[in-house]
Design a protein around this ligand. Structure first.
Ligand code: AMP
Length: 402
């Protein structure tokens, strides 16, 4: 397999202005970056282009400023941290409209190997609508375009898709290649047994990935908030647990599909329950553990129980390939993090290829200190899910074929 797209190894950037779309959408707290994985992941491509003598114009979105300049969502802290990480100045060229004459002048005066960073692309309302004017503005700055923003690859926006209409040479970066390689190999040519683990709260989003994964994997494990829709579909009382009633028939279909394909579909057999969702999320909470056929009508399920955790950890340990997306419970609360920790620990201990599908599962694994024990932690939650669903990612499709 492998990605059949032009990469940064296939282009000549010496003396060229290279617009590089990165995913610098990092969490910030009081102006400080609290998790810099996405910055670190972007370095190989930036270093390569700088070493090759390109004039590098970095761009990214950060958070949701909804089309207007929001100082707290400025990329200024990212420019400062990138300067430290690269050991080379990343000059921040801010503009409330991202691209204007000052920015154009700054870019025109760049020398080979220099790096600038534009302001948050979502300061412009057109960005998320893939509008023509902003796409053209961005394209007007550069001779070559490189997309290394895997985390946004499932969206068609100006800075990753629109811009490619106005620049002839469009390649993908090393991070994009690495992400697609890991995920692609896992689902297309996995070393078996291949176990997929799904959890988290976005039931409607994630239910769609199940159908595709069932065809590819040997065992599909369901935990987290989405499990209760399955349990209800099986006719169990789930009390006030998170349930998507519009997806009950779909869950029934998936249970039948697993059976007819001879695949193992594991659902929780016991669960942590409480009377109410913790508020704030990390508040002290009294929980009880019950079997899933004994959830009282006035309780809600907030984590997998210990029996389930053991079965899931065992299944993960016997796998040769594991893909995991979504926590097993409300892991932000220490009392409700036990299921997620058990699974993370099992993955950290196995020598299987372990791929963490971004978002909250990546945060959980890193928070628990297991980050360096995993084969690959994706920088894109939504993008990796859509890839696993078998969908084409517009941000990847827009690059030139090899
Ligand atoms: P997602 O963004 O879909 O990966 O969901 C992650 C969120 O799911 C986390 O914030 C968890 O607290 C939440 N979550 C996990 N299990 C449950 C549950 N049983 N009920 C409600 N929320 C849950």
């Amino acid at each position: 397999m492998g990605l059949n797209k032009k990469s940064v190894d296939d282009i000549n950037v010496k003396g060229q202005k290279v617009l590089v779309r990165c995913d610098f959408n990092v969490p910030l707290k009081e102006g400080k970056i609290t998790d810099e994985n996405r910055l670190v992941a972007a370095l190989p491509t930036i270093k390569k282009l700088a070493a090759d003598g390109g004039r590098i114009i970095l761009c990214s979105h950060l958070g949701k400023p909804k089309g207007e300049p929001k100082p707290e969502l400025s990329l200024a802290p990212v420019a400062a941290r990138l300067t430290e990480l690269l050991g080379q100045e990343v000059k921040f060229v801010p503009s409330p409209v991202v691209v204007d004459d000052t920015v154009r002048e700054a870019v025109e005066s760049m020398k080979d190997g220099e790096i600038v960073l534009l302001e948050n692309t979502r300061y412009r309302a057109e960005e998320t609508k893939n509008g023509e004017a902003f796409s053209k503005d961005l394209a007007s700055l550069a001779d070559v375009f490189v997309n290394d923003a895997f985390g946004t690859a499932h969206r068609a926006h100006c800075s990753n898709v629109g811009v490619t209409e106005y620049i002839d040479t469009c390649a993908v970066g090393y991070l994009m290649q690495k992400e697609i390689d890991f995920l692609g190999k896992a689902v297309e040519t996995p070393v078996r047994p291949f176990v997929a683990i799904l959890g988290g709260a976005k039931v409607a989003d994630k239910l769609n990935v199940i159908s595709n994964l069932l065809e590819k994997c040997d065992t599909l494990i369901i935990g987290g908030g989405m499990a209760y829709t399955f349990l209800k579909a099986k006719g169990l009382e789930v009390g006030a647990s998170l349930v998507d009633d519009t997806k009950l028939d779909y869950c029934k279909e998936m249970i039948a599909k697993a059976e007819s394909l001879g695949k193992q579909l594991l659902l929780p057999t016991d669960t942590a329950i409480a009377k109410a969702f913790p508020n704030p999320i990390d508040a002290e909470i009294d929980v009880e553990y019950v079997d899933c056929d004994a959830i009282p009508a006035d309780a809600l399920g907030l984590d997998i129980g210990p029996k389930t955790a053991e079965v899931y950890a065992e299944a993960a340990k016997t796998a040769k390939t594991v893909v995991w997306n979504g926590p097993m419970g409300v892991f932000e609360n220490p009392v409700l993090a036990k299921g997620t920790i058990a699974v993370a620990k099992a993955l950290a201990e196995t020598d299987a290829t372990t791929i963490i599908g971004g978002g909250d599962s990546a945060a959980a694994v890193n928070q628990l200190g297991f980050g360096d024990k995993m084969s690959h932690i994706s920088t894109g939650g939504g993008a990796s899910l859509e890839f696993l669903e078998g969908k084409e990612l517009p941000g990847v499709a827009a690059a030139n074929d090899k």
